[in-house]
Design a protein around this ligand. Structure first.
Ligand code: RFL
Ligand code: PHB
Length: 390
């Protein structure tokens, strides 16, 4: 098989890029390790920037997001016996976010690829990248027991943190920066009305909690748990009991519980690989960088990579201009590091760190007291949460 761009990974990054390239007449083939059902069973992000929505519109798959996504102008932080609201609209100069699940967004992207007759190959196993440093890279894989090869001009590694692309770059080329946190998030999705129309982030002495939602009838809740916990250790009842203990009493009193539809534990990690390019391989999204979910930056950072990368590839194929491709890594990383900073800050602000002593806990309280006493501090939080410009 011969194509211009071979995209590895059928998550939001790969699908969005595939769609944008085809709309601009650039042939591409997308390889995904799992089945479509498997990809669509993952429950992940819920909070999206308007920049993401604009990119979905440009990719001609933003219609349902515009219709069903909920625009949120603020969220709450419960801390130290208080429930304070962050007015995103006021403090970011008119900004807001969209609450729309990654699962739905991925479904919209798959449907758009179907409509356009895009080549998306699922259950591609043993994907291997070849000749990345030359002009004619290729990708081999196995599908239904047969060996296949894609010959291409560029390879895009959009295969997430555990993918093969980043690992195919020779040793010594990348510099990797990593911070692993001593806890994870246990998440539950339930068909129950959300406890609050706006998200509530909770700092509590028993640990962090988050009340989020997908729709007026679908709720998403998280609690901080030790890394040693396994999801099997947590019955639904145990989850609801622990969540209630961490919520302000008036919120806990109106929480409606129900059977979990999905329950999983995600470890928290900050990670960046630099540069995001090696020869004809370009990395995008979680393949190159990870943030803890506290600031809702992960998928939004993937979208800004795809914005820069799609423009660079379109310019190259339309006019031969290589400057966008040459500058991709630097441009993407400049925004990525700001998202890293913000996610780390919000994680540190709201979680219970097992090694923190009394002094660190008092500092956390002071940081929150300062935040809600300073319009400038709230402005900084709000502009980062709605998304820095790109
Ligand atoms: P993905 O979604 O991991 O997709 C990568 C795809 O590549 C496939 N793959 C391979 N394919 C072929 N060959 C191989 N060898 C392959 N290896 C892997 C995988 O099967 C997969 O389909 O990466 P992508 O596209 O870069 O998207 C990134 C986002 O998924 C991620 O950043 C967000 O989910 C992070 N995130 C959030 N981001 C936000 O912006 N807002 C949020 O509110 C938010 N909440 C979250 C989150 C992530 C969470 N978890 C579970 C880590 C909440 C949680 C709990
Ligand atoms: C979610 O709804 O899954 C969600 C929302 C906000 C976050 C992280 C996850 O910061």
């Amino acid at each position: 098989m011969r194509t211009k761009v071979c995209i590895i990974g059928g998550g939001p990054s790969g699908l969005l890029l595939s769609q944008l390239l085809q709309l601009n007449g650039i042939d591409n083939v997308l390889l995904e390790k799992h089945s479509r059902e498997h990809v669509l069973a993952r429950i992940r992000a819920g909070v999206l920037e308007h920049g993401f929505a604009r990119l979905m519109d440009e990719a001609q798959c933003g219609e349902r997001m515009q219709r069903e996504g909920q625009v949120h102008h603020g969220f709450f932080i419960a801390h130290d016996g208080r429930l304070d609201r962050v007015d995103l609209h006021k403090y970011s100069g008119g900004g807001s976010v969209i609450v729309y699940g990654q699962t739905e967004l991925t479904r919209d992207l798959y449907e758009a690829r179907d409509r356009m007759g895009g080549i998306v190959i699922h259950e591609a196993s043993d994907v291997q990248l070849h000749d990345l440093a030359g002009d004619r890279p290729s990708v081999t894989f196995r599908k239904s027991g047969a060996d296949e090869r894609v010959e291409c001009e560029f390879v895009i590694g959009a295969d997430g943190f555990h993918g093969v692309s980043r690992k195919s770059i020779p040793a010594g080329v990348l510099r990797e920066y990593e911070k692993v946190y001593p806890f994870g998030w246990l998440g539950v999705l339930s068909r129950t009305p959300p406890v609050s129309p706006e998200l509530i982030y909770v700092k509590h002495e028993r640990g962090f909690a988050l009340c989020s939602l997908r729709s007026p009838t679908l709720s998403r809740y998280y609690i901080q748990v030790p890394l040693s916990d396994r999801v099997e250790d947590w019955s639904d009842d145990a989850f609801w009991d622990e969540l209630k203990r961490r919520l302000p009493p008036e919120v806990a009193a109106r929480l409606i519980t129900g059977a979990s539809i999905e329950k999983s534990i995600a470890p928290l990690r900050s990670f960046v690989a630099e540069p995001m390019q090696y020869g004809r391989l370009f990395l995008a999204g979680d393949a190159a960088h990870i943030v803890p979910p506290t600031g809702a930056r992960g998928l939004n950072s993937a979208a800004s990579d795809i914005y820069y990368l799609s423009r660079a590839l379109i310019a190259y194929y339309k006019t031969g201009d290589e400057s966008g491709l040459r500058g991709y890594s630097e441009r993407a990383l400049s925004r990525i590091w700001k998202a890293q900073r913000f996610s780390w800050w919000m994680t540190k602000l709201l979680h219970r760190f097992p090694d923190n002593g009394d002094y660190d806990q008092r500092l956390q309280q002071a940081e929150l007291a300062y935040l809600f006493s300073s319009e400038r501090a709230l402005g900084s939080l709000a502009e980062n949460y709605v998304g820095l410009p790109y």
